[in-house]
Ligand binder design. Sequence first.
Ligand code: GLU
Length: 292
Amino acid sequence: MTASPSSNYRGRLAPSPTGYLHAGHARTFWTAFERARAAGGTLVMRMEDLDPDRSRAEYAEAALEDLRWLGIRWQEGPDVGGPCGPYTQSERRAVYVAAWRRLLEGGFLYPCRCSRKDLAAAVSAPHESATAEQDALDDEPVYPGTCRPAPGTVFEAREPAGVNWRFRVPEGEAVEFVDGNLWPQRFVAGRDFGDFVVWRRDDVPSYQLACVADDAAMRITEVVRGADLLKSTARQMLLNRALGFADPAWFHCRLMTDAKGRRLAKRHDALSLRALRERGRLPEEILTAEMG
Ligand code: GLU
């Protein structure tokens, strides 16, 4: 299908198989595809199926099929193989344990025994925001620091399981970057986001950790993702620095909203690619039309 890449550009598609993809995903993935193609680069498909409670094999299959139906093609992935495999996160545990260990040895992590209930009581409820993008940014409450030890405390552990491991963010430091689409961005550690979990007590690596470990291992040069992940990008830049990884370039796509101005989510079943296709909509209509 595609000739061998003529540049070092490496982009990726990283769906989470927790539901059917919707029109908003389609636009973001299409942008990722277009940018890789325009650069004459390589596009990697990575299945982000780490959440054991929400990921389902049938959604992973459906994601590949729906994206192919849209006309998106990738050169590496779970279905086509490639030099950086496996391309399914549930098969990459060793990569994440290695990253966890490096962070632990660098003194960036501490164990946290707070329960979800403790955390909910310690932080104020996420506020509603005027725009869909702001709303989506209120993703994870700022951790109040209950278990944070004195600076410089280094922990030892053989395996990550059993407690939550948190990454200590540099309190008050501004994380800044120039996004390829949304221009200058600035988030302050400790204010816009707090010490975040990198490994859950039930032995699941967090999205943040798995994502940076994989983007580095798969030699990704540009990350194209939805604007709801801007704050995650700031967290990932701190992880990259701690791990000694170079940051890729960042390109965040504006979020699609429904007729009420709410961000499209997997709850919008009527706008799933499956449902639209069954109703006879064509890929080009989905990629260009207003959805309401
Ligand atoms: N798997 C994540 C999601 O579907 C996106 C990851 C990313 O682009 O970094 O929400």
